[in-house]
Write a protein that binds this ligand. Structure first.
Ligand code: F6P
Length: 546
């Protein structure tokens, strides 16, 4: 971390101390224009961050922090195709995948746009053929179910988006996602499916990930058993960067769709990795999804920092994590179809920001990414919101809600919005002891009893939240939401000086699992050298196994 960044953080810490004398309700009370001052609009989407504890001075200092850290230069380096993923020596160009303008985007001195566009066209043609029935299974039946097999970035993005865009899925088609190596996942997914009408899309950047390859093999056996070995080819497509491994699995090149090493797994939904989604919603809606993201990219590249939505999201993330020391961040979609958004953002944010060393390999001097978690409202209200309102941990929250639903009839949606607004208001405003007590007395309770119960009904308030309000959860809006969070993470990593695009932290567990698998499968007796916990668990496992 450079001296300039350290100084910018120190100025923010001083600002926090100054801010502590004012509560959020007081900030609202003293400034009737607080909402206008601390909200941003981008097309059909509004971001209201007035319920976070910031003042104009805070925002100025946050922008100074971004400048001190060279966020703009780092952003431009990403768009210019520089190898900013220094530990894997790769460019980071997922933004090229949604560059519908076709304007050149360079990587290693070459414009990648022609091959991006060509591969997208191949995917679209394949998707259309499945949708129209031009492409059928081995027995001549139309495909009715697409099963996506992948994990991490090869699962979460498309799975999240397919659920979010379910109103756009073609009638008669359904899409399912298998990720876990737990055999229960594929067994439950395949139950009731007709092999003759099922198309598998195996998605793996490396085509070596053990979960995906194991599930793909099980699926292959399932097809072969039902329809014969010769039928297999007609029921599989692959998405990967590893042609040799795809061929070795028995999937022909014509049914393989590729992407590039400059697309990180958690940033890959925009590529052929979105093939299942393309089949489900069709090329037109998938293009709208890309267009939403492209809109955010253009804004991220050109809007001044103080009006730049993903920059402000990232800076608020740093304000909460690094200046106020809040350890976690909740994503609370008041939108049932965004149920998998928290899981997608968990990977995006925690695999990107969960780092302990800087780009130069030195230990970081400030905390890095927060713990991301969440569930849709209103369900969460009846589960963990208790802690959000009265617990001792303060958790900054993102609320997301659409102005209009896809469904007819307004009652459900009016209730949904009212609840969403009520929660952020309650977090901000809280309820004092006196208010709680007087409310009880007004309901007829004695003063003594009211004073006994009131402490339990006090809400401290002052809990920060940001609300994203959008017209409707359509493909373009979903594209905007996902791209906003991607760039938010970029901004946080840029300021913290860490690499947001590698994930070495997943390796050790994978290596150890490879060593342990033969011990789990074997007859025992080969445990010497293991720690006593692992050895003890293996011994007990043998006793318990049926
Ligand atoms: O969990 C680590 C990881 O490498 C993710 O980053 C990636 O999205 C996932 O595994 C799947 O990898 P692949 O697409 O190569 O199967």
């Amino acid at each position: 971390m450079t001296d300039a960044v350290t100084r910018a953080f120190e100025a923010l810490e001083a600002n926090r101390r100054a801010m502590m004398v004012m509560s959020l309700p007081e900030l609202f009370g003293e400034d009737p224009r607080r909402f206008e001052r601390f909200s941003l609009k981008l097309g059909p989407l509004l971001m209201d961050f007035s319920k976070t504890r910031v003042a104009t001075s805070t925002m100025r200092l946050l922008v100074d922090l971004a400048k001190a850290a060279g966020v703009e230069e780092k952003r431009d380096a990403m768009f210019a195709g520089e190898r900013i993923n220094v530990t894997e020596n790769r460019a980071v160009l997922h933004v090229a995948l949604r560059n519908l303008s076709g304007a050149p985007m360079m990587c290693d001195g070459r414009d990648v746009m022609p091959e991006v566009a060509a591969e997208r066209e191949r995917c679209f043609a394949f998707a259309e053929a499945v949708r129209t029935g031009a492409l059928r299974g081995a027995t001549g039946k139309r495909f009715t179910t697409i099963v996506n097999i992948g994990i991490g970035g090869s699962d979460l993005g498309p799975a999240m988006a397919a659920e979010a865009l379910s109103p756009y899925i073609r009638r008669g088609l359904s899409v399912r996602f298998v990720s876990n190596v737990d055999g229960a996942h594929i067994a439950d997914t395949l139950r009731g499916l007709d092999p003759a009408r099922t198309l598998f899309v195996v998605v793996s950047k490396t085509f070596t990930t053990v979960e995906t390859m194991t599930n793909a093999q099980t699926a292959r056996n399932w097809v072969a058993q039902a329809l014969g070995e010769d039928a297999v080819g007609a029921h599989f497509a692959a998405v990967s960067t590893n042609l040799a491994a795809v061929n070795a699995f028995g999937i022909a090149e014509a049914a393989m769709f590729r992407f590039w090493d400059w697309v990180g797994g958690r940033y890959s939904v925009w590529s052929a990795v979105g093939l299942s989604l393309m089949i489900a919603v069709g090329p037109r809606h998938f293009t709208a999804f890309l267009a939403g993201a492209e809109r955010v990219d253009q804004h991220f590249r050109t809007a001044p920092l103080k009006r730049n939505m993903p920059v402000i999201m990232g800076l608020l993330g740093l304000w909460h994590r690094n200046v106020w020391s809040y350890a976690s961040h909740a994503v609370l979609p008041y939108d049932q179809r965004l149920a998998r958004l928290p899981a997608h953002l968990q990977q995006l944010d925690m695999e990107s920001l969960g780092k302990g060393v800087t780009m130069e390999g030195k230990a970081v001097t400030r905390p890095t990414g927060p713990i991301i978690w969440g569930e849709p409202g209103t369900n969460g209200q009846h589960a963990f919101f208790q802690l959000l309102h009265q617990g001792t941990e303060i958790v900054p929250c993102d609320f997301l809600v659409a102005a209009s639903p896809h469904e007819r009839g307004r009652r459900h949606h009016d209730l949904l919005i009212a609840n969403c607004l009520a929660q952020s208001k309650a977090m901000m405003k809280g309820r004092s002891f006196e208010e709680a007590r007087d409310q009880l007395i007004a309901r007829g309770m004695s003063r003594a009893e009211a004073e006994r119960l009131a402490p339990h009904r006090v809400f401290p308030g002052d809990r920060p939240s940001t609300t994203f309000l959008y017209r409707k959860l359509d493909p373009a809006t979903l594209g905007m939401i996902v791209a906003l969070y991607e760039h938010k993470v970029f901004v946080m990593a840029a300021v913290l000086g860490i690499n947001a695009f590698d994930q070495w932290g997943v390796e050790l567990g994978k290596e150890l699992a490879t060593v342990l698998e033969p011990l789990v499968a074997g007859p025992g007796g080969a445990e010497e050298g293991l720690d006593s916990s692992t050895a003890g668990l293996l011994a007990q496992l043998r006793k318990l196994r049926v």
